[in-house]
Design a binder for this molecule. Structure first.
Ligand code: GLY
Length: 387
C-alpha cells in the first residue's frame, strides 16, 4: 500500500506551471477533485512540445533495453487512454481522434530486417504483443510502400491521437471543471517560505500564493528559479524538426502509423501526414535546417515514393523535455508542497493519462502510486541535496 508523502498538507488551491498536455491534464483532474487550480504558461496553452508532437502512443515499438520501468508506465498509460479519450470527448464534445490501426515498423532491406528481428527478441522478452509480418502481407496492408520491402514488425496495441485536438479538449475540460488558465504570464520563480513551496513569482514581479505548486514546464522546467541548482529537475531541451505533408483525406497514402529507417509517418484524419522527427542536442534553437528537413523527406520518400507529389502543409520545431535517463520525473520533490511532472521526453502524449491521474492523486492525497514510484526525482539527487 502507498504511504503518504512526509510533511503532507491537503491543498485547497494549487498552481501549475506549464499549460501543456501534462499541466492541463493535472489541472483537469485536480479541478474535478474540488481543488482551486490556476495554470500559468509563458505563452499560449499547449504551444510547446504538446503542439509539436506527433501523438503516437507507442509504448511497445519504442521499448528500449534498460527502460523496462518506463515501458511498464507506458503500458499502464496506454491502457488508460481509451477511457481518458472517451471521458474527454463526453465532457467537452471534442474528439481527440484516437485511432487504433496499430503501428508498423518497416524494414526496407535485409539489414533493417535483421536489426528489427534482433530488437523484437528483446521486446518479446517483455511480453509485448508484437508480430513479424512478411513483405507480401505488409504490401497488402499498405499498398503505397515502395518496391524495396523486407517486412515489418506490427504492433497492434500502439495507437495515435491528434495531439493538437488533445490540447483543445484538455483545456476545455480543465476550464469546464473550474480551473483557471493564465496564458502569457511567465513564472520566474517558485516561492519558498519556511522550506515549503507557497506560490510563484511572475516575471512582472507579482507573487501569487498557493498551498501547493506543480512544476510541469516541460523543457523549460530547469529555468524556473527559486530552487537551488542541485534541486532543479535535470531536464534539458531536445530539439525535434517535423513536417506535415497534405494527402487527400479520402485516399491517404498510408493508414497505419509507419516507422521506416530515419522517419516516422503519422496519417491524420484530415489527410495530414506528419513526418518526424530529428533528435538534436541544440538547446532551444528554433530553426528548421536544410539537413533536418532533407533527412526526413528523403527517408519518407525511400519508404513511400509517392510522397514526392504531396504539398508541404507545415514545418516546425519543438523541444522535448529530456531527463538524464529519458524517463519522466513524477511526484514529490525535496521541497514540501512542490510536485514535479516533467521530463516526459518522447512520451508526453502517451503518458498524459497516467500523469494526470497519479499526479493529481499525489497532490490531493499525498500518495505516490506504485506505478510512478520509480520516477520520483530522488533517483538523480545526491544524498545530501535530497535531505
Ligand atoms: N514521440 C516522437 C518524438 O519525440 O519524436
Amino acid at each position: 500500500m502507498s504511504e503518504q508523502t512526509p510533511h503532507f498538507i491537503a491543498p485547497k488551491n494549487v498552481i501549475i506551471i506549464g499549460a501543456g498536455v501534462v499541466g492541463l491534464g493535472i489541472a483537469w483532474r485536480l479541478a474535478q477533485r474540488g481543488v482551486e487550480v490556476t495554470v500559468f504558461d509563458k505563452g499560449c496553452a499547449g504551444a510547446g512540445a504538446s503542439h509539436a508532437a506527433a501523438g503516437m502512443l507507442a509504448a511497445c515499438v519504442e521499448a528500449e533495453p534498460g527502460e523496462e520501468a518506463l515501458v511498464a508506465l507506458g503500458r499502464t498509460s496506454q491502457a488508460q487512454w481509451p477511457d481518458f479519450a472517451t471521458e474527454l470527448e463526453r465532457v467537452t464534445g471534442i474528439s481527440v481522434d484516437l485511432r487504433r490501426e496499430g503501428i508498423l515498423m518497416i524494414a526496407l532491406t535485409a539489414d533493417d530486417q535483421a536489426r528489427l528481428h534482433h530488437h523484437l527478441e528483446f521486446q518479446r522478452s517483455l511480453d509485448l504483443p508484437l508480430e513479424w509480418i512478411g513483405a507480401a502481407e505488409l504490401r497488402r496492408r499498405e499498398p503505397h510502400l515502395g518496391s524495396t520491402l523486407a517486412g515489418a514488425v506490427y504492433s497492434p496495441q500502439d495507437h495515435q491521437v491528434d495531439n493538437r485536438k488533445l490540447v483543445t479538449a484538455l483545456r476545455a475540460a480543465a476550464e469546464g471543471a473550474g480551473a483557471t488558465i493564465r496564458e502569457h504570464q511567465s513564472v520566474r520563480a517558485i516561492v519558498i517560505a519556511g522550506d515549503r513551496a507557497c506560490g510563484v513569482a511572475l516575471a512582472d514581479g507579482t507573487e501569487v500564493a498557493a498551498d501547493a505548486v506543480v512544476l510541469a514546464a516541460g523543457a523549460w522546467s530547469r529555468t524556473i528559479e527559486g530552487l537551488a541548482p542541485a534541486l532543479r529537475p535535470p531536464v534539458r531541451p531536445l530539439k525535434g524538426q517535423a513536417i506535415a505533408l497534405q494527402m487527400d483525406p479520402a485516399a491517404p497514402l498510408i493508414r497505419h502509423v509507419c516507422w521506416a529507417p530515419g522517419v516516422y509517418m503519422v496519417p491524420r484524419n484530415d489527410g495530414r501526414l506528419i513526418l518526424g522527427a530529428t533528435v538534436e542536442e541544440k538547446g532551444f534553437d528554433p530553426n528548421l535546417t536544410a539537413g533536418g528537413v532533407l533527412a526526413l523527406l528523403e527517408a519518407a520518400w525511400r519508404a513511400v515514393p509517392a510522397v514526392e507529389e504531396l504539398p508541404i502543409a507545415e514545418m516546425w520545431v519543438g523541444h522535448r523535455p529530456g531527463s538524464r535517463d529519458d524517463a519522466p520525473i513524477l511526484g514529490p520533490s525535496a521541497v514540501p508542497g512542490l510536485t514535479y511532472a516533467t521530463g516526459h521526453h518522447r512520451n508526453g502524449i502517451l503518458l498524459a493519462p497516467v500523469t494526470a491521474n497519479f499526479i493529481a492523486r499525489a497532490v490531493v492525497d499525498g500518495v505516490v502510486a506504485p506505478a510512478i514510484a520509480a520516477f520520483v526525482v530522488d533517483r538523480f539527487m545526491p544524498a545530501q541535496a535530497a535531505e
